[in-house]
Design a protein around this ligand. Structure first.
Ligand SMILES: [Fe+2]
Ligand SMILES: [Fe+2]
Length: 335
């Protein structure tokens, strides 16, 4: 993956440093600012910092991953993101007398699906809009499951076994052609999209980056492990029916079995995953760590709130006849 064009002073500063050999720099030059979930400069800067822990960038030395100056600057950005989340997402109050799976189900039900992006894609979207949706999702689906995998070494007992059960499915049980990220690549190719990792990063707006960044934020900080599990549970609990609709929508637009397989697979798999995630994983974790039950619910609430903001962004743009992606920029390596 290549660095895209900078989107403001922070990404400009980061990219200037990151394209040199790792060195110390003054992290205070990344000033703190307003709490932010939809700030383009902030979300891209965080995405780039986090990506150094996944597959990196062609022009960035791997030695930057644990560079103290960069980590210190990242912390400033993370605080703004966490403050923005705290403002946007009310913290649910845990109710120890009610089973965790039921509290999670109530959270999901309260979030509702209105306005529903899945219903729009099923019945109304044109092919260009469906392709846009796939481009947005590619930022996560091409590394599907990786952010939640960070939690495995931080768990034990039943919660760990449940997470491994889910992740094993996400990674296709060790079979390349069944890995969900590979199924998604096939969908992209069928839609004449570039399936290489991060190919569309330059076109991805802040809210879509935030949807991915929150997983990395929760995944890379052990103190956030409860929130990471709640986030995964909310993902799984809101997946099966929307994926059925995405599959219907893509078939309506001429998608064949290969194009739709990613969505079909999630209708089946996530009907099971949601039970394992809510009951065995989050329920088991909250029983073992009652003090972190509120974090589990907060992680779920963050996933639901960011998805709602993402849906609002996309439908708002489409309703106005505009693209939901950023206009292509002209920087080297961007699309
Ligand atoms: Fe999946
Ligand atoms: Fe799943």
């Amino acid at each position: 993956m290549r660095l895209p064009a900078p989107r403001g002073p922070v990404t400009a500063l980061f990219f200037e440093h990151l394209t040199c050999r790792p060195h110390a720099f003054d992290p205070s030059s990344v000033c703190s600012g307003e709490p932010a979930v939809e700030d383009e400069d902030l979300q891209l800067a965080l995405f780039v910092c986090y990506e150094l822990h996944y597959r990196g960038f062609d022009e960035v030395d791997d030695g930057w991953e644990w560079n103290p100056s960069l980590l210190e600057a990242r912390q400033v950005l993370e605080r703004r993101f966490e403050d923005g989340l705290a403002e946007a997402v009310p913290r649910p109050v845990p109710t120890p007398s009610v089973p965790m799976r039921r509290v999670l189900a109530e959270l999901v039900a309260a979030a509702g699906d209105d306005p529903s992006l899945a219903a729009f894609l099923e019945r109304k979207a044109d092919l260009g809009q469906f392709r846009e949706f796939v481009v947005h999702r590619s930022i996560y689906h091409l590394k599907e499951a990786d952010p939640h995998t960070w939690a495995i070494p931080r768990l034990h007992g039943g919660a760990k076994a449940a997470l491994v059960e889910i992740q094993a499915d996400e990674y296709g049980g060790g079979r390349l052609e069944r890995m969900h990220s590979e199924l998604f690549r096939a969908t992209m190719r069928k839609l004449d999209l570039d399936d290489s990792y991060g190919a569309y990063l330059g076109r991805i707006p802040a809210i879509t980056l935030a949807v991915g960044n929150v997983m990395s934020l929760f995944g890379l900080h052990r103190r956030r492990r409860g929130a990471l599990l709640g986030h995964l549970a909310a993902f799984e609990m809101t997946s099966s029916l929307p994926n059925l609709r995405y599959g219907h929508g893509l078939r309506r637009l001429g998608g064949d079995a290969t194009a739709c397989r990613f969505y079909d697979e999630h209708v089946r798999a996530d009907a099971v995953h949601e039970q394992v995630a809510a009951h065995d994983m989050c329920g088991g974790f909250a029983a073992a760590h009652p003090d972190l039950a509120g974090d589990v619910l907060y992680g779920a609430a963050c996933a639901l709130a960011l998805d709602r903001l993402f849906t609002g962004h996309v439908l708002d743009r489409w309703t106005r006849g505009a693209t939901s992606l950023r206009e292509a920029d002209l920087a080297v390596g961007s699309r």
